[in-house]
Design a protein around this ligand. Structure first.
Ligand SMILES: Cc1ncc(COP(=O)(O)O)c(C=O)c1O
Length: 423
């Protein structure tokens, strides 16, 4: 398919440490446009990334030639679409280095993956007075499902605090762990601050007490190599649309022994083995958790996104983005009245800042007029904003196709904001 056949991708593969960004950008036609008469500078990747032609082509190819429902058909198209869907599952398995493709459950996104674990594993194992630990850095999607579970079960939500840099306090986590702890759910990378959490250490500490851990990898998978067996996490979730795949598809990885004993999340077609009015028996993994017709084209598009990332190389992407981030941090530090929010020593992709005297929404609106797309607000992480005593930030978030020129445009845009507000 398109990804491995691309001339540009073969070029990147030979470049171990350097990313040929101008070649990459040709794969993302959406970037080559003007907004308000200015070249588009897309710095809202933490919200959703753009899609390369290879992903768009894979989806188009599916609908043009292979489209049919999966698993149930004996006809040729159904066999082809089933094969393409299950091939995508194997790609995800290899991408995460999971032990078995049965451990890969297709869901709508990180949010649905977390809700699945909370409602299935959580409702079975969490009881009155039990404790669930999350962190002060979480996206609302890794807070609210646990709060709902705690409310229902009369369990208690505990929160790992962060320091002024926006880093998790590991000592505090150790102190929070106690015999009542039944589950830990923490993000790999913070969407609001970009902090890369020490998830391996967290998992090890929790496992010493036999407490399972879910990692929310929504902001990690587009930027770094993730190896679920090396991390030894029990569950890992992410969304396709933040890693150059389509919207509407995401992944829940779970260790087989957990998934096997968990009850289904939703009932319907596909997740059953036999149905009578007296009793239903459930399908084997992974189908037990995939009720109804899934987003077949979405899974195939996600598979193409994985091919794309594999061909470029996660190490090369991480090195490129690290260089850009350092450049951005230095550039923003030079602008008077700009304060970076979140200065963690381990960071990925995110430049979150406030500009003294100007509301972030005004910053975002003026930047948009300069062609620069950023996100402003609380980034679905209101507790993070509360921790820093601010209502909102402006967030520029990077991806593999961004350049130093993009950062320069951001800086010029901020200077423009300052001119407008000092006039
Ligand atoms: C860290 C993190 N977790 C979870 C999510 C939720 O992702 P989705 O809305 O794709 O389910 C996001 C989205 O921004 C996120 O940044």
């Amino acid at each position: 398919m398109p990804a491995s056949g691309s001339f540009y991708l073969r070029t990147y593969m030979s470049a171990v440490t350097h990313l040929d960004v101008s070649a990459i950008r040709k794969d993302f036609p959406i970037l080559a446009q003007e907004i308000h008469g200015k070249p588009l500078v897309y710095l809202d990747n933490a919200a959703s990334s753009q899609k390369p032609k290879q992903v768009i082509d894979a989806i188009t190819h599916f609908y043009l030639l292979d489209n049919a429902n999966i698993h149930r058909g004996v006809h040729h198209l159904s066999e082809r679409s089933t094969q393409a869907f299950e091939d995508a599952r194997v790609k995800v398995q290899q991408f995460l280095n999971a032990a078995d493709s049965r451990e890969i459950i297709f869901v709508r996104g990180a949010t649905e993956g977390i809700n699945l674990v909370a409602q299935s594993y959580g409702r079975k194992h969490v009881g009155v007075g039990d404790e669930i630990i999350i962190s002060a850095l979480e996206h609302h999607s890794n807070i609210v499902p646990w709060q709902m579970l705690c409310e229902e079960k009369r369990a208690v939500l505990r929160v790992i605090p962060i320091n002024d840099r926006g880093e998790l306090e590991l000592d505090a986590f150790e102190r929070l762990l106690n015999p009542a702890t039944t589950f830990v759910a923490v993000s790999h990378v913070s969407n609001a601050l970009g902090t890369v959490n020490p998830v391996r250490e967290l998992i090890e500490l929790a496992h010493r007490r036999n407490v399972p851990v879910l990692i929310d990898g929504a902001q990690a998978v587009p930027h770094m190599k993730v190896d679920v067996r090396n991390l030894d996490c029990d569950f890992y979730v992410f969304s396709g649309h933040k890693m150059f795949g389509p919207t509407g598809i995401g992944v829940l990885y779970g260790k087989e022994r957990f998934l096997e004993e968990m009850p289904p999340y939703q009932g319907g077609g596909e997740m059953i083995r036999t149905v009578t009015f007296d009793k239903t028996t459930y399908n084997s993994l992974p189908h037990k958790f995939e009720a109804g017709t899934p987003d077949i084209a979405g899974a195939i598009g996600l598979g193409a996104a994985i091919d794309y990332l594999d061909d470029v190389g996660m190490d090369v992407i991480a090195a490129h983005e690290h260089e850009l981030l350092e450049y951005g941090i230095a550039a923003l530090a030079d602008i008077p009245r700009v304060r970076l929010i979140g200065t963690a020593r381990q960071r990925a992709s995110v430049l979150s800042f406030v500009l003294e005297g100007v509301h972030p929404h005004d910053v975002g609106t003026i930047l948009d007029h300069e062609g620069v797309a950023v996100r402003t607000g609380h980034h679905c992480a209101q507790p993070v904003m509360d921790r820093f005593g601010i209502p909102a930030t402006t967030r520029a978030s990077l991806a593999l196709y961004n350049t130093k020129e993009d950062i320069d445009a951001l800086v010029a845009g901020i200077q423009k904001v300052q001119e407008v507000f000092s006039a």
